[in-house]
Design a protein around this ligand. Structure first.
Ligand SMILES: Cc1ncc(COP(=O)(O)O)c(C=O)c1O
Length: 494
């Protein structure tokens, strides 16, 4: 039987009320045990970690097992054939299979390309997708920059780029069917969107995958922020491409991500170059090369072979945790946090927190973006809130989280405001090419946006693997301490 967590044994009345409201939370007491045994550093250092969307936390056993493996075996570069090389190769292939198994992906349909991170996985698609003047890139404005950036490859090849709009109040995307263009012969079309927004936690419908495929689109699902606390079952939804970073799921190792790709879809990609490991043969003097087959054609140079065994161990750990229980737990905590934040008021009745994205746990995950408002309704700068939280040992994040589209929508920026500020600040000689990368002072740009009465970013709290009621309560206590404050004073922000 699972033991009860600390909060209950301490007869915390808030926690008792929470449990009454979310009795399903009790199913996850094993995670509280794990927090004590595998993540003791959290409570030992009194760190309230609420930046899981930035990076997951690793269990101590993952480090121990990995260190033991490295200390007891000789691993060589898998591109050779000696024993130490073969040992690396066999663990590399095992890691591939473990990734497929974890996501219920049939190896007859899918294969796994190991990359440095999710961004590198996305770039493999971006640079190899057959964009041309007849092709289309359809994407949500709510995308991480590593997906947004695909448009520059598309643009360079003259592709049509279309954005799917979203509602400003909930950040839920519009009905996709109005954006899917009729099937055209020989025209490559790619839909790219996040399963979960790293800005607001919005979960865009997985049903889009089938809908888009029916309309003849290839589909790229950025699952980096989704898979840490949601089940992605590739036997149920079958995107052509899926991007992930493993450190977001189980904290360790960093520097390893994957593109999980349908075999058929991979054949549509055209590699723009070759590199070590991606070729069968190259002739320097006769100027020809032949690419390797399947995943090998995409794994440029030496894969992170010393870290890959830790991916297998991390996935096993996640299986033991049970993603469904974890999901139920973080969503109970998220619901409690959302409801409590929503009800925070200054004594004059003014709302203290402006929440972005869905206000309930429908269509969202455990990432919450918000701004703190003063009693007279002005934004308190997100940077000051993060610094103040930091002084209290609460790790949250602030800014726009590499997701400009979600930020622009939620903070109500218009194209006119953005262009106005941009034109004011750009070097006049460069203004003829507004789409080009221009150098201007970011702070001045932000000040210009602020002078239009808009916030330039937000604060983000994200829950994950071993979040508990105590973490959420600490954040709420911190937010309550800001009530009736007109400015917040920190050691480093005036
Ligand atoms: C939704 C999403 N996509 C892509 C990325 C990029 O991941 P990485 O920095 O590991 O390449 C992130 C990182 O936060 C993310 O949240």
């Amino acid at each position: 039987m699972n033991k009860t967590p600390n909060e209950l044994t301490e007869a915390n009345t808030d926690f008792t009320a929470f449990l009454k409201r979310y009795p399903e939370y009790a199913n996850s007491y094993a995670i509280d045990q794990l927090r004590q045994s595998e993540f003791a550093r959290l409570d030992n250092s009194a760190e309230i970690y609420l930046d899981y969307t930035g990076g997951g936390l690793y269990p101590a056993c993952l480090i121990d097992q990995h260190a033991e493996l490295l200390k007891t075996h000789v691993f060589g570069n898998p591109h050779s054939h000696n024993n130490s090389s073969q040992l690396s190769s066999s663990l590399l292939e095992r890691a591939r299979q473990d990734v497929l198994d974890y996501f219920h992906a049939d190896s007859r349909d899918y294969l796994v390309i190991f990359t440095a991170n999710a961004s590198a996985a996305l770039k493999l698609v971006a640079e190899s997708y057959p964009f041309d003047a007849n092709s289309e890139l359809l994407l949500t404005a709510d995308n991480h920059n590593s997906v947004q950036g695909i448009r520059e490859f598309a643009r360079a090849k003259g592709a049509n780029i279309h954005y799917i709009g979203c509602r400003q109040d909930t950040l839920l995307a519009d009905d996709i069917s109005t954006y899917l263009s009729p099937r055209k012969k020989n025209s490559a079309r790619l839909l790219a969107y996040p399963a979960q927004s790293n800005f607001s936690g919005v979960q865009h419908p997985l049903s889009w995958i089938e809908q888009a495929k029916q309309a003849g689109y290839d589909t790229l699902l950025d699952a980096a922020a989704f898979v840490p606390s949601n089940r992605l079952d590739l036997s149920i939804v079958s995107p052509d491409f899926v991007s992930i970073s493993f450190y977001k799921m189980f904290g360790y190792p960093t520097g390893v991500g994957a593109l999980i790709a349908q075999r058929d879809a991979l054949h549509k990609l055209k590699r723009p170059w070759f590199a070590g490991g991606t070729v069968k043969i190259v002739s320097a003097i006769a100027d020809f090369y032949s690419l390797a087959d399947n995943e090998a054609a995409f794994e440029e140079g030496t894969v992170n072979y010393l870290s890959l065994p830790a991916v297998s161990a991390g996935l096993k750990f996640m299986q033991e945790v049970n993603i469904d229980i974890l999901h139920q737990r973080v969503m109970a905590l998220t619901d409690h946090l959302l409801t409590s934040m929503h009800s925070l008021r200054h004594s004059n009745g003014q709302t203290a927190i402006e929440l972005y994205g869905p206000k309930t746990t429908q269509n969202r995950g455990s990432t919450i973006a918000f701004n703190v408002l003063s009693p007279d309704g002005h934004y308190i700068h997100y940077d000051a809130i993060e610094k103040l939280a930091n002084q209290q040992g609460i790790a949250i994040r602030s800014g726009c989280f590499c997701n400009p589209g979600a930020g622009e929508s939620s903070l109500n920026h218009s194209v006119e405001t953005i262009n106005l500020c941009r034109e004011r600040l750009c070097n006049p000689q460069q203004q003829s090419s507004l789409s080009e990368n221009q150098s201007f002072n970011l702070l001045d740009f932000q000040q210009c946006i602020t002078s239009q009465g808009k916030a330039t970013g937000a604060v983000r709290a994200s829950l994950g693997l071993v979040s508990n009621f105590g973490d959420v309560n600490k954040l709420l206590q911190f937010l309550r301490s800001l009530l009736d404050q007109t400015v917040v004073k920190t050691a480093t922000v005036d």
